[in-house]
Design a protein around this ligand. Sequence first.
Ligand code: UDP
Ligand code: MG
Length: 313
Amino acid sequence: MMKEKKLLSIIVPCYNEEENVGEFYKAVRQLDPFFAERDLDTEILYIDDGSSDRTVDEVRKLRAGDDSVRLVSFSRNFGKEAAIYAGLQKSRGDYIVMMDADLQDPPSLLPEMFGYIDEGYDCAATRRVTRKGEPPIRSFFARRFYALINRFSKTEIVDGARDYRLMTRQMADAVLSLSEYNRFSKGIFSWVGFKTRWVEYENVERLHGETKWSFWSLFIYALDGIAAFTTAPLTMVAFIGLAFCVLAFFMIVFVVVRAAIFGDPTSGWPSLVCIILLVSGVQLLCLGVLGHYLSRAYLEVKRRPIYIVKEED
Ligand code: UDP
Ligand code: MG
């Protein structure tokens, strides 16, 4: 009896990757013997995230020679998280894997990852154990971020985790059921649960071009991740407020008693200024924390689509 053929969907978010899409295709096709041996059909789903270079033309060229290549093109740049979501929605595979177009997620790991799926895992996820080729200050802040978010969030966010994951259709559908606008995939994949096996590898540097992440954009992304997976900062703000109230109570008692006993010479102006500056600084900070959550909530209630497709082929 012939075994039923399964389909593997390879989702590739691309934003200005004209030099990489072809190379990526070649690297995947090198695994053809493995796919054949395992009775797998493949579809390569390039999600063009509003590229302004020739990415779309390059994908069309590939599609002309191989109709397992598919293209979904956004009307503008919506971000990688949106591209992953679109890829999951458009994919038809029994298994789904997400890979970067720049070959930083080596396709050669796929056979090992499939091994774990065969062992009964729902997901094989990758994590880089080195940060070779990354500015040291970026690595430092990345480590701090993971320490911080894991301390407060019940959802585990694994340090060095990539979006390179192979998963079953069941898990992909679970990820799709979280249709939030503010998507922090690293948290979402962990939140849905299922059995995940981690595959570790050394960081690979990108093939052509530059990373799209600046230090600042990573910083904003980190704040979004925190807002998406823990409300601890809101609780902390409340405690800071409480601490200041208690402090103020004792200070009022002290100041009133002192004035009653020693009279009230007009002194203490410098300390007063310091107190006002400190307290108003803390207030603004707390307002900022509140504002951050409020803005995320505002974006969610608008229920805007996560992406808009311009063309699909
Ligand atoms: N990417 C995207 N939309 C964006 C930014 C990036 O689809 O707005 C894609 C990009 O083309 C690449 C992947 O996401 O395939 C990872 O991007 P990048 O290499 O810049 O990030 P890094 O590997 O440095 O984390
Ligand atoms: Mg990259």
